[in-house]
Structure formats: structure tokens, C-alpha cells
Design a protein around this ligand. Sequence first.
Ligand SMILES: N[C@@H](CCC[C@H](N)C(=O)O)C(=O)O
Length: 289
Amino acid sequence: MSGDAVSYLKMNGLGNDFVVIDARKRALTFTDDRVRWIADREQGVGCDQLIIMEVPKDEEADIYMRIYNAEGGEVDACGNATRCIGHLMAEELGRPNVVIETNAGLLRSVKDGDQVTVDMGVPRLQWQLIPLAEQFEDTTGIELQIGPIDAPVLHTPSVVNVGNPHAIFWVDDLDAHDLSLAGPLLENHPIFPERANISLAQVISEDHIKVRVWERGAGLTQACGTAACAVGVAAVRKGFVEGEVDVELPGGILKIEWRDSDKHIMMTGPYEIEGEGELPADLFESDAA
Ligand SMILES: N[C@@H](CCC[C@H](N)C(=O)O)C(=O)O
């Protein structure tokens, strides 16, 4: 028997939306089917990612954050959700600084009003760590070209791992591309053994880049925090920007700084609580009480 219904918060970071469940007092099992049901916008609650708050294993951390994509699989990083959890924990602890444990390591967040800054750590740039299926010495532009029928060719992406794999295609005009066609082909391209999050990026000026994202395991999203970080890093490596850039996503702007002193990526942006609700108890029926 599962016991009571499970409460959740609905949150988002620039429209990239999450169902957030606090499982610190009650162990819950999230099978692929359960995650897919919760994420389903018709039957369930609807979200891009399911976020579970758990007791941290690392004694330095205030909270452990587990992340599931809408399609059901667990992943290691989610920039927008990290800001949301940074806000929740800052409120709970009564201090702005929070340490969040993830599968990608410890992330430090600082809340300042309606903005949260997260130190997203040092990007991984070696081909084995992206990971790629083949050796590439320079991951600012790997050999990859794809052209869905009747669509312009996308080629030579920059690749960056910020706790999860990202490929960034630099384009002259975002509106000339239909990412809903190219996204699934590129996400599943054999060059990415763990699949990849796919971004199209258009450089507007030396401090402004417009981006659209097809997320691995979630599809088109209003925003993706880790994609914004990966774009910031790739843009510096390409010489398009110096170190700080506004990354404009369909849902709004994230400020990204790739700090010269220690090569850490700093991501700043908002969080939003949309509401709260309860998942039906029978969803967890087979769990032990
Ligand atoms: N929305 C997230 C990224 C979520 C995980 C991603 N789809 C993956 O599979 O790596 C973000 O804000 O970073």
C-alpha cells in the first residue's frame, strides 16, 4: 500500500516546467511509466522534467536533486530546475546560499530577489567526455551534417558537456530552421552514444545570442539552462563573445558568464512557482508503505 496522495509543486524556469516532489520524508519509486504519466500534459500533470528532492548523501550539501526527463529516463543535470530548487531551499533554510547535490556533482546557488545564480562548474570539452563516438581534437566544430527533407542543412556543431551532452549548431537565421524536424534526428545521431540536447544558436551581437533547444528526452522546450551554459562556453571558444552573454530563449533571457579565473560557468535567471497539487495515491500503489 502506498498511503497518502503525494503532494507536488509545479514550477518553471523561463517556461521550462517541472513537477517538484519532496521525497525526503517518504521514499517513492519513479518507474519510467510513472514519470511518463506525471509528465503527460493530457493525462497527468504535464512537465518537461520531474524533479525529486531527496536527503543528500554528501554532508556538504543541503539537498539532493534527482532529475527525470518527460520520456522517463533519469539524467544528471538541469540548469533551470537547479535555480528552482535553489529558491525553495533558500526559503526553507533562511539563507541565500544553498549547496545542491546532483549526479553531476555539487552545485552552489545564491538567491537574490527573484533571481538565482548557480555555479554550474567547469565544462567538459574532451570528446570522450561529451561523449562522442569518434575522436575529435577540436570540439568547437565536429564533422556532422544533417538535412531533413526540404530543410536547410545543419552542420559542424560545437559540443560541450555541462553535466549533460549538448550540440550547438550556429545558424544565420533561427527562423529558417524547423527544429521539430531536425531535433529528433540529431538527438539520436550515432555520433552521440548517450544522445544529446540540440541547440540552434544565432549570434545577434557580442553579448546577445538567440537560441532554440530540442531537449534530449523532452523535445522542444521554452528554455534549457544547461543549453544556455553550453552555448555561452561554445561562443567564447568560437570567439563570438568574450565571457558574458545574454542567452535569449523562447521563454526569456539567461545571463551566462564563463569565468576566466577558474573556468566555472555562472548562470543567472528567474524561477517561478505556478501552483501545487496532489498525485493520486494509486500511482504509487505497489510501493512499500
Ligand atoms: N531543462 C534542463 C535540462 C534537462 C535534461 C536534459 N533534457 C538532458 O537530457 O540532458 C535544463 O534547464 O538544463
